[in-house]
Structures are given as C-alpha cells and as structure tokens.
Design a protein. Structure first.
Length: 185
C-alpha cells in the first residue's frame, strides 16, 4: 500500500456503537498512511464504543461529524466497517441509508467489510454486484440480487467487500487503489 497515495482526500468512515475495532482502526490507519484524511461519521454525536468481536467492549472513539450534518459531497469515498451491532443499527437508520446511497449515486468508491455490506441490501446497492461478507449475510445479499463469493476482497463496480478482519490488508489495498484511480485529474 505504500505506493498508493491519496493526499488531501477525505474519506468518510460511517460507524456507530458496536463497530468491530480492527475494522475501524486499520482502514483509518491505511487512509492516513496514504496521506488521506479519514473522518468518522456517526449517528452518535460524540463517541462510539468499539467492540472486540461482538461481546467484549474495546476502545472509545470520538465522532468527527454527526451523521445528520454530514454531506457526502465532502468525501471522495466511504468505508463501512463491520461489527454486528454497528451494521444492524446502520442498515435501518434512514440517515445512514441516504448517506450511503449518495456515494453510489455519485459513483464514488465504497468499501464494506464483514457485516458492513448489510446496509447495501436496504438501499438496492447489492443488486447486480459480485460481493463477499461475513458468511451469515450470504442469504440477505443473494436475496438482494448480489452474487456472493467466498474471497478475501471483491471489487465490483466501485464497491470493495471483504469477509472479516483477516482480510483487512486486501480490503485496504483494493479500496485505496479505487480511491486513487477515482481522484486522478
């Protein structure tokens, strides 16, 4: 990833309480290493509680932008970390749905890992795409019109998906490459 550079590029990281910590922190670190600016956007207005797995509390993270005031036009791409509680909460949040859909409508890169792709089923963004995810989402994504595969990182029409934290290196590399290609002048 050292060869990918996205200087002065803001990337939204949409998340809420219950996010899987490495699926939040490692993409943020990858964006920073590529000289981009990650911005935590959340329906929570001050802090979110990350998790280790779905059962153990991990660290707290400050929210940079409260979701109701977030403008998708301010960002070159979007990351959707997983964590069951995080993803389940966001997929039924109408502000989150509008925010995510705006990235697809604008043709901006989106990356979703583990349970993160769940929101795609709610906004029609899975339809016609090849995706992967945590295995428990296979039926939901397939029913939403996606072709589900069991691979570390899948790129399909501006969307990167991955299965779990073990795939973060491939996930980050694929997403940063998409962003770098999309912001070239």
């Amino acid at each position: 990833m050292a060869d990918v550079s996205i200087p002065d590029t803001k990337i939204a990281v949409l998340t809420t309480k219950g996010v899987e910590q490495p699926e939040l922190t490692e993409p943020i670190a990858a964006v920073e290493a590529a000289r981009g600016t990650p911005v935590i956007v959340s329906p929570q207005d001050t802090q979110i509680q990350a998790m280790k797995g779905d059962w153990e509390h991990a660290d707290h993270f400050d929210v940079d932008v409260h979701l109701p005031s977030a403008d998708p036009e301010d960002y070159a791409g979007l990351i959707l970390p997983g964590g069951t509680l995080n993803a389940d909460t966001l997929r039924i949040d109408e502000d989150a749905q509008r925010f995510v859909k705006a990235f697809f409508d604008a043709g901006k890169p989106v990356a979703a890992i583990c349970h993160g792709p769940w929101i795609l089923t709610e906004i029609g963004a899975a339809n016609g795409r090849k995706v992967t995810s945590f295995p428990s989402l296979k039926t939901d994504l397939t029913n939403a019109g996606a072709t589900w595969v069991d691979e570390p990182a899948v790129v399909s029409d501006g969307l990167v998906t991955s299965r779990n934290p073990n795939d973060l290196e491939d996930f980050n590399r694929a997403f940063l490459s998409l962003v770098a290609d999309s912001v070239k002048v």
